[in-house]
Design a protein around this ligand. Structure first.
Ligand SMILES: [Zn+2]
Length: 282
């Protein structure tokens, strides 16, 4: 049973039981636009079917906020649609075929979760943009901005008429964010938060966690500033990157309730070391 939550006049959302992720739906006059496809093809398919039935409109476009697997593995449910992402997101997805998404890893995933991934295949975006993209109809505008920060090319979506912001993983609501991607940069990310605040969003659909508002952006700005200050002191005191895993006092927020979360946090801390060191070295 798929339950869609109404967020505004034109926006609905499905919150996934695993990872508290989001598949969002924007209802235009003649079509539906989806944002992110989640981690499971079957869930993506069911959300699409439910929305098409409920709104009596066809799905026509899927916008991908970014390339992490839990946002794009449902893509095959939208293979007849325009699938839109930033160019950098597509490039990263392609590079994953030889790193994370190898035949071997995909085979292992199918073996471990056969009901979920039996017919799984990777589906790439078929329309890409650089920096900005827009979809309009008579009533609303869907503005897409490439932000970077969480990963190369990740984007956020804003609907100015209804002041709804859909952030992808540029916002984790009420928990420690993941900033361990090899291209993550919390300095860039802080600039993105400023741009998001300038939009004055009324409601925010985050990448993970509950629907929220700009107060959560302020929380995350404060959190990143604490992370940066911690790391500056750590480096200035002459500690090495290799010693980071032994430290227990790096700032964290609430854990996401998933297996392997500690490893994600560790990779975020190591990545913070790199970006702060680079800043200090000028
Ligand atoms: Zn992500």
């Amino acid at each position: 049973m798929i339950k869609l939550d109404q967020i505004s006049d034109s926006v609905w959302d499905y919150c996934t039981p695993i990872y508290e992720g989001h598949i969002s739906i924007i209802k235009l006059k003649n079509k539906l636009v989806f944002i992110d496809s989640g981690r499971e093809p079957i869930t993506a398919k069911n959300v699409r079917l439910e929305a098409e039935k409920q709104f009596k409109l066809p799905a026509k476009q899927l916008i991908l906020t970014h390339q992490h697997w839990d946002h794009v593995f449902g893509n095959q449910a939208f293979k007849d649609c325009e699938i839109i992402s930033s160019k950098a997101t597509l490039e990263d997805m392609k590079s994953y075929m030889t790193t994370y998404w190898t035949d071997e890893n995909i085979a292992k995933m199918k073996e471990e979760e056969p009901e979920t991934f039996a017919d799984f295949r990777i589906v790439f975006p078929n329309i890409t943009f650089e920096r900005e993209y827009q979809i309009t109809d008579e009533k609303i505008t869907i503005e897409i901005y490439q932000g970077d920060g969480h990963s190369a090319g990740n984007s956020y979506i804003f609907i100015p008429e209804e002041k709804i912001l859909i952030t992808g993983d540029l916002l984790f609501s009420g928990m420690t964010p993941f900033f361990g991607d090899p291209n993550a940069d919390i300095f860039t990310w802080l600039e993105v938060y400023q741009n998001m605040l300038d939009l004055s969003p009324k409601k925010i659909i985050p990448g993970h966690g509950e629907i929220t508002d700009k107060g959560e952006i302020l929380n995350q700005i404060n959190y990143f500033e604490r992370c940066i200050n911690w790391m500056k002191k750590y480096i200035e005191n002459g500690y090495l990157k290799e010693e980071l895993d032994t430290r227990k006092d790096f700032p964290v927020l609430k854990s996401m309730d998933i297996e392997g979360f500690d490893e994600l946090v560790k990779s975020s801390i190591r990545r913070t070391y790199d970006v702060v060191k680079e800043k200090l070295d000028g």
